[in-house]
Design a protein around this ligand. Structure first.
Ligand code: DC
Length: 242
């Protein structure tokens, strides 16, 4: 019997972070922000002047990566790199190393290690398809590119970062494309995932929708047994449509 998992996947700035954070808090479950691992690896790689061509060295680095998640604080080799990892540049570096199959393989068990009672809310790109294929709940969030760029812009400006909306729009477009088109664990909805377009929804509306989905799909939140969630397609739903 394994602890239950709720997977929240989707492209950059689709709302995954805010929703998974709020959901984990609501349920009293653990949370895995898998993007942080790729961002930390991207930073460690650029500090060592490694490029994606150094795939073997990067995989070894990923396996030994000294990254510590303390709530919202992230320590890399003991140094607080939270702010550095929050930039769009860190996201781009992460996306570049994330195309490499040996890197992804090296991070797989570390991610699965976050699955502990009473349960885990995991967000990323391949939580439902690769890391936790047996999860009972899989959600895929989307939003229009314009709205996602605007959300990211507001978030970074709020943190005091000097960014341009046009620059972010382009960076997000490029990153989405790289994440979607890579051979290993590309960004895509898992079979049977609940797909939600959050373009016109606020965090509380999306959260309510996901909680309703968990309640109506799961009936109970007991630990689940292994087995890929069935489903031969994707369910595109709107809130309230269960
Ligand atoms: O979620 P994020 O923006 O922090 O992720 C940064 C990059 O890391 C993303 O563009 C691609 C990569 N990533 C990934 O490939 N798989 C994940 N599960 C999470 C992130």
């Amino acid at each position: 019997m394994k602890a239950p998992v709720i997977c929240i996947d989707g492209p950059n700035a689709s709302g995954k972070g805010a929703i998974s954070r709020a959901l984990a808090e609501h349920l009293g479950w653990h949370r895995l922000d898998s993007g942080v691992l790729y961002r930390a690896l991207g930073l460690a790689a650029s500090r060592r002047s490694l490029s994606p061509a150094d795939s073997g060295v990067l995989a070894a680095l990923a396996a030994e990566l000294d990254v510590d998640l303390h709530g919202e604080r992230i320590l890399l080799d003991g140094e607080d790199v939270t702010r550095e990892l929050g930039t769009e540049e860190a996201g781009t570096e992460a996306s570049r190393v994330a195309v490499l199959a040996p890197v992804r393989a090296a991070l797989l068990e570390r991610q699965r290690g976050f699955r502990r009672p009473p349960g885990l809310v995991a967000d990323g790109r391949d939580m439902g398809t690769v890391v936790f294929p047996d999860a009972k709940w899989k959600v895929f969030l989307t939003a229009s590119p314009e709205v996602r760029a605007a959300r990211r812009y507001n978030q970074l400006r709020h943190q005091g970062m000097d960014v341009s909306l046009a620059g972010l729009f382009e960076a997000i477009r490029e990153r989405d494309e790289r994440d979607r088109l890579r051979d290993t664990a590309p960004l895509r909805p898992a079979n049977g995932a609940l797909q939600l377009d959050t373009t016109h929804l606020g965090v509380s509306e999306v959260l309510a929708c996901v909680i309703e989905h968990v309640r109506t799909t799961g009936r109970s939140m007991r630990p689940e047994v292994s087995g890929e969630q069935g489903g031969d397609g994707h369910r595109q739903r709107t809130c309230g449509d269960t």
